[in-house]
Design a protein. Structure first.
Lengths: 296, 466
C-alpha cells in the first residue's frame, strides 16, 4: 500500500519513465559506449577491440583535416546562427504586421523547413550547377557575367554557398518561433512607448528586443546546436565535403572515418571532441543570453 | 482503498506498454520476403535493396526454384544500400541473426580481414570456370577466392558525342595529343568545355589515376599497388608522380575545367545529352542511363588515351564486377553444404540468366549469360575494353589511401599542386595509417590455423554440379 507522497513520487517517475528510457537507450548509453570505443582500436566489425588508451585522441590531434573540418563547422555554426536569427527576426517583424496575403507569405517562408535535406541539397546543387544551373544562367541573362562563380567548385566560396542553403531551409522555423514571441508582447507596452514619442527603432531596441530575449535565446540555442550537429545531410548531398575538404565539416569527416576508413575508434574520439565543443558552446551561449534577459 | 492501490500500477502499466511497443516497432523494421518454403534446411540470403527490381525478382525466382528442388527454405532479404552491406552483416553477426549468403560489394577485403566471409575455393572447385577471370580477380586475394561475381562487370570508357565529332571532322582520339587537339577543335567551334567528369562524387576520381598509372607502371598497376601497400614501394616513386603529372595536363591543356568539381552524375549526363560538353569519362553502366536520357545524337566510346608512345603498353583501365556472392563465416555448419549448393545453383546457365538477363549486362560475369543485344556498343566493350581492364585500384587501397589519392588527383588537376608533392602526401597518409592503425596489407600471412579454420570452406562436401 502506498502513502500519498510516495504514490505521487512514483507516478512522477512513471510519467518520466518513457523519456528516461528513450534518453538512456538512445543518448546516454550510446554516448558512454562511444566514449569507451574511443579508447580502443576497432574497425567496426571485428569481434575484438584492442585497447588503445588515448592514442585515438593523439591521432585526432595530428589529423589536420579534422581540425579544418571543425573550423568549417564553427564557421558554419556561427554564420547560420547569426543569419537565421537576424533574417528570422526581420521576417517575423514583417509578418507580424497586417499585410495583404500574410497567410501566403507565412506559408511560403515555412515551406523549405518541411522539405527533406536530400531534396533541398539536390535542388540547390542543380541551381548552382555551373553548366546549366539557374543561378549562373540568370546572371548571364542579366549581363552579370562577372558575378558568375563556381558556387560549389571554388574552394573559396563553396562553404558560403552551403551556408546560404542551410539559412534558406531553416529561416522559416525561426520566423515561426520569433513570431510567436512577438505576439506575446503586450500591445499596451508598444502603444505607451509610441504615445511617449519613441521612434520605431527605439521601440524595437528598448521594448521588443528585451521582451523577446527568452524566445531569442531559445531560437539561438536551437540554431547553434543544430548547426553543429545537423549539417551532415546537406554537406554530404551538395559537396561531399569537397572541393578538397573546403566544405568538410566534423560530421562528414567522422562518418568518413567510421564507415569508409573503418577507423571506428578514431571516429568516436572525434565525436567526443565534437560533443564537448557543442556542449560548451551551448552552455556558454545559454548562460550569456539568460544573464542578459535577467535569468528568465 | 482499492482505487488508490490500483491507480499507480495502471498508469505505470500503460506507460511501460507504450514504451515497449515503441521499442518493438523500432525493432520490427525490415523487408523480409520468404522466397519459398521447404521441410529441410533453412537459408537466409541478404542483398541491398537499391538494385533493379527486375534483378530482385530474378533472385526471388531462382531462390524459389532452389527451395523446391533441394527442399531447403530460402529467405531473401533486400535491405539498405549497396555500401551498407558491411554494417548489415556486422549487425547480423552481433545480433546472432541468421545470414548464410549475401551480396558483397567493394568492401570484400575488409569483410575477409574481419573473418566474416568464407574462402570458397573448396566450394567452387567444380564450377569456378563458369565465371570470367577478370570478374573473379577482385575477389581473389591471399591466394583465396572469397566471393564469386554475379553481376555485370564494369569497365571505364570515354563516351563522346559521335555526331559532334563527325560534324567537326574529329576521329576518336587514341593518343593524349590527339585528345588535346580534339578538345581544342571542340572548344573553338562550340565554345563548350570539351570534357566533363562527375567531380562532386569523390570516389570516381580514382579512375583517372588508374588510366594514367596503368600505362606509366608498364601495365603493372595492381602489382605496384600491392607492393606499395606492403611497404615495399613508395607512392612518391617516379611512375606514380608521372601518372599524376599526366592528369595535371588534362586541365592545363583545357580538356577539363573547374566546373567539373561541382558536377554530379546527373549533371554530367545532362551536359552531354544537351550538347554542353562533348566527352565524359565514365564507368560503363552509365551507357544504359545515357540511352535512357534519349540523346538526339549517336554515342561513341574510346579508351583512356595513350599517354606513352610505346605501343607495347596497353591502355589499361580499372574495372570490376558490381556484385559478388559470398558465404558468411558465421553461418551454421549444418547449412554450409546447402549454401554452397545455392552458389552452384544460381550460377547455372538457367539461374544466372534469370538473375542477370533482366539487367541487360554489358559484360556478364557469368560466361553462359549472353551480352545484352540492346546496347550496340556492348560488343566493342567486350572485345576492346575488357582485355585491358584490371581490378579497380581503389578496391585494393584502404579508405585512408583512397582519400589521399583523390586529394592528390584534384590537387594536381585544379589547385596547381606539384605532382611530386601530391604523391608525397599520399605516402605520408600511408605512413600515418601504418602508425595509427597498425595497417597490414597481407593480413592473411599472419593468420594462424584457428583463424583459417573458421573461414575455410570444408573440403569433401557433396556439391551437385548441374
Amino acid at each position: 500500500m502506498f502513502t500519498l507522497q510516495r504514490r505521487r513520487r512514483l507516478t512522477a517517475w512513471a510519467m518520466c519513465a518513457p523519456a528516461v528510457m528513450l534518453a538512456t537507450g538512445f543518448i546516454f548509453y550510446p554516448l558512454a559506449r562511444g566514449a569507451w570505443i574511443s579508447l580502443h582500436q576497432w574497425d567496426g566489425f571485428s569481434a575484438a577491440m584492442k585497447w588503445f588508451g588515448l592514442r585515438n585522441y593523439a591521432n585526432v590531434a595530428a589529423d589536420g583535416i579534422f581540425w579544418r573540418a571543425l573550423g568549417n563547422t564553427l564557421i558554419f555554426a556561427i554564420a547560420v546562427t547569426v543569419a537565421k536569427n537576424v533574417l528570422g527576426m526581420f521576417l517575423a517583424t514583417l509578418l507580424n504586421r497586417r499585410l495583404v496575403g500574410r497567410g501566403l507569405f507565412r506559408t511560403a517562408t515555412f515551406l523549405p523547413v518541411v522539405m527533406s535535406f536530400v531534396v533541398v541539397g539536390i535542388l540547390w546543387s542543380w541551381i548552382f550547377n555551373p553548366t546549366f544551373g539557374l543561378l549562373d544562367s540568370g546572371l548571364r541573362m542579366l549581363g552579370l557575367d562577372a558575378w558568375v562563380q563556381g558556387w560549389l567548385s571554388d574552394p573559396r566560396i563553396a562553404l558560403g554557398s552551403v551556408i546560404a542553403v542551410d539559412v534558406w531551409k531553416w529561416t522559416g522555423f525561426h520566423v515561426v518561433v520569433l513570431l510567436a514571441g512577438l505576439q506575446t508582447i503586450p500591445a499596451e507596452l508598444l502603444e505607451a512607448a509610441a504615445i511617449d514619442g519613441a521612434s520605431k527603432p527605439q521601440i524595437f531596441r528598448k521594448i521588443t528586443l528585451p521582451q523577446m530575449m527568452p524566445v531569442l535565446s531559445f531560437s539561438v540555442l536551437m540554431s547553434l546546436t543544430g548547426a553543429f550537429v545537423s549539417n551532415y545531410d546537406l554537406v554530404y548531398v551538395m559537396t561531399g565535403g569537397g572541393p578538397r575538404h573546403a566544405t568538410e565539416v566534423a560530421l562528414t569527416w567522422i562518418m568518413n572515418a567510421a564507415f569508409q576508413n573503418h577507423a571506428v575508434g578514431k571516429a568516436n574520439a572525434m565525436s567526443i571532441i565534437l560533443f564537448v565543443c557543442v556542449a560548451a558552446a551551448g552552455a556558454l551561449q545559454l548562460r550569456v543570453m539568460m544573464a542578459r534577459s535577467g535569468g528568465r | 482503498m482499492k482505487r488508490k492501490s490500483t491507480k499507480f500500477p495502471r498508469t505505470v502499466g500503460l506507460i511501460l506498454t507504450t514504451g515497449l511497443l515503441s521499442f518493438g516497432t523500432l525493432a520490427a523494421c525490415g523487408d523480409g520476403d520468404g522466397a519459398a518454403t521447404g521441410g529441410g534446411c533453412q537459408l537466409t540470403f541478404l542483398a541491398s535493396a537499391d538494385r533493379p527490381q527486375a534483378e530482385q525478382d530474378g533472385w526471388k525466382e531462382v531462390l524459389a526454384e532452389f527451395s523446391s528442388e533441394y527442399d531447403c527454405e530460402v529467405t531473401a532479404e533486400f535491405q539498405g544500400a549497396w555500401d551498407e552491406i558491411t554494417q548489415q552483416v556486422t549487425a547480423a553477426q552481433i545480433a546472432h541473426e541468421p545470414i548464410d549468403l549475401f551480396i558483397t560489394s567493394t568492401a570484400t577485403r575488409d569483410l575477409a580481414k574481419a573473418g566474416l566471409i568464407m574462402s570458397l575455393d573448396n566450394c567452387i572447385a567444380g564450377f569456378e570456370d563458369r565465371f570470367i577471370d577478370s570478374a573473379m580477380e577482385p575477389y581473389n586475394f591471399g591466394s583465396k577466392q572469397w566471393a564469386v561475381p554475379m553481376s555485370s562487370t564494369d569497365t571505364s570508357a570515354i563516351v563522346y558525342n559521335a555526331d559532334m565529332f563527325k560534324e567537326l571532322g574529329i576521329d576518336p582520339p587514341t593518343t593524349y595529343e590527339e585528345l588535346v587537339a580534339a578538345g581544342k577543335t571542340i572548344r573553338d567551334a562550340k565554345g563548350i568545355v570539351p570534357m566533363l567528369h562527375q567531380g562532386s562524387s569523390p570516389w570516381y576520381w580514382g579512375m583517372w589515376f588508374f588510366g594514367a598509372f596503368g600505362q606509366e607502371s608498364g601495365n603493372q598497376s595492381v602489382q605496384r599497388t600491392e607492393d606499395f601497400l606492403k611497404g615495399e614501394r613508395r607512392f612518391d616513386s617516379p611512375e606514380e608522380i608521372a601518372a599524376l603529372a599526366d592528369l595535371a595536363k588534362f586541365t592545363e591543356d583545357g580538356l577539363l575545367d573547374q566546373t567539373t568539381m561541382a558536377t554530379d552524375l546527373e549533371g554530367m549526363r545532362a551536359a552531354l545529352v544537351q550538347g554542353k560538353t562533348a566527352m565524359i569519362y565514365v564507368l560503363t553502366p552509365e551507357l544504359i542511363n545515357l540511352r535512357a536520357a534519349g540523346p538526339d545524337f549517336e554515342i561513341g566510346i574510346f579508351q583512356f588515351p595513350r599517354v606513352l608512345s610505346d605501343p607495347a603498353i596497353r591502355q589499361e583501365v580499372g574495372g570490376g564486377p558490381e556484385n559478388g556472392l559470398a558465404i558468411a563465416s558465421f553461418t551454421e555448419p549444418d547449412n554450409l553444404e546447402a549454401a554452397c549448393q545455392l552458389v552452384e545453383y544460381v550460377s547455372r546457365p538457367g539461374g544466372a540468366a534469370s538473375i542477370l538477363e533482366p539487367i541487360e549486362p554489358l559484360v556478364p560475369s557469368v560466361k553462359s549469360v549472353p551480352v545484352t543485344q540492346t546496347e550496340p556498343l556492348a560488343p566493342q566493350l567486350n572485345s576492346q575494353f575488357i582485355p585491358n581492364t584490371v581490378e579497380f585500384l581503389d578496391w585494393i587501397w584502404p579508405g585512408q589511401i583512397n582519400d589521399a589519392v583523390r586529394d592528390a588527383i584534384t590537387g594536381v588537376m585544379f589547385d596547381g599542386v606539384d605532382p611530386a608533392e601530391a604523391a608525397a602526401a599520399v605516402q605520408e597518409a600511408f605512413d600515418r595509417l601504418v602508425a595509427e592503425e597498425d595497417y597490414q596489407f597481407d593480413w592473411w600471412a599472419d593468420w594462424d590455423g584457428a583463424q583459417w579454420a573458421k573461414v575455410e570452406f570444408p573440403s569433401g562436401m557433396k556439391i551437385e554440379v548441374g
